[in-house]
Design a protein around this ligand. Structure first.
Ligand code: B12
Length: 154
């Protein structure tokens, strides 16, 4: 009986160690990303770097940059369907009347620039991505075409 209990105890201990080591090996550290704020209308560029949590959302990284520097400020407006819409960056706000908005782009490690098909609250940057927030004018027809292509071009 005592032997059986001992065997049970050691197999439980083994299973626990196995499970905890599997979980620990799954914990991945934060990784670096850059954020470029580009005003294509004024031709101005500002670059920030930060660390983002493993599989963390872009909005989290933007909040982190905002908390650590006085030179990056942004505002969002909650959309009930798609989450936060990026309204302004560093005091410059998009305006539907002028057809201006902050476009979200991501330059990947391999050099390709993509236009994510989700906003800042859903986009999960990859390690070493350069996120580009680009203030631009939208051309109704052009954006219609781009939207139909699921934002694969920019
Ligand atoms: C027109 C449009 C835009 C215009 C809106 C301007 C305007 N005042 O009309 C502009 C060019 C600004 C735009 C921008 C973006 N858009 Co857009 N857009 C659309 C589109 C084609 C129609 C929306 C619409 O007018 N609906 C009708 C009106 C009556 O309903 P509404 O609820 O009032 O519409 C508002 C919201 O849709 C909001 N909106 C538009 N795009 C986005 C994106 C996000 C993330 C949020 C939170 C809100 C939002 O603006 C609309 C007007 O106020 C839809 C696709 C579709 N066919 O529905 C995509 C769509 C909503 N957009 C999308 C995306 C991804 C974006 C961008 C993130 C693209 C990018 N990489 O930059 C940016 C937003 C960046 C930011 N600043 O946060 C996705 C959202 C998917 C998702 N799950 O998040 C959609 C569904 C297209 C797709 N890829 O399938 N967009």
């Amino acid at each position: 009986m005592a032997l059986r209990l001992l065997a049970l105890q050691s197999s439980l201990l083994f299973a626990f160690q196995l499970a905890s080591s599997a979980c620990n090996s799954d914990i991945k550290g934060p990784y670096p990303i850059s954020l470029v704020v580009y005003n294509s209308i004024k031709g101005k560029n500002l670059t920030y770097t930060t660390e983002i949590a493993y599989r963390g959302i872009l909005l989290g990284a933007m909040k982190k940059i905002q908390a650590s520097t006085s030179t990056f400020r942004f505002t969002t407006k909650e959309d009930s369907n798609y989450g936060p819409f990026l309204v302004s960056v560093n005091g410059v706000a998009g305006n539907p009347a002028d057809h201006t908005y902050w476009e979200l782009l991501a330059k990947l490690k391999n050099g390709t620039t993509i236009r994510p098909d989700v906003g800042v609250g859903c986009y999960i940057p990859n390690p070493h991505d350069t996120i580009i927030l680009k203030f631009r004018k939208w051309d109704q027809e052009e954006d219609h075409v781009v939207c139909n292509l699921l934002y694969v071009s920019c």
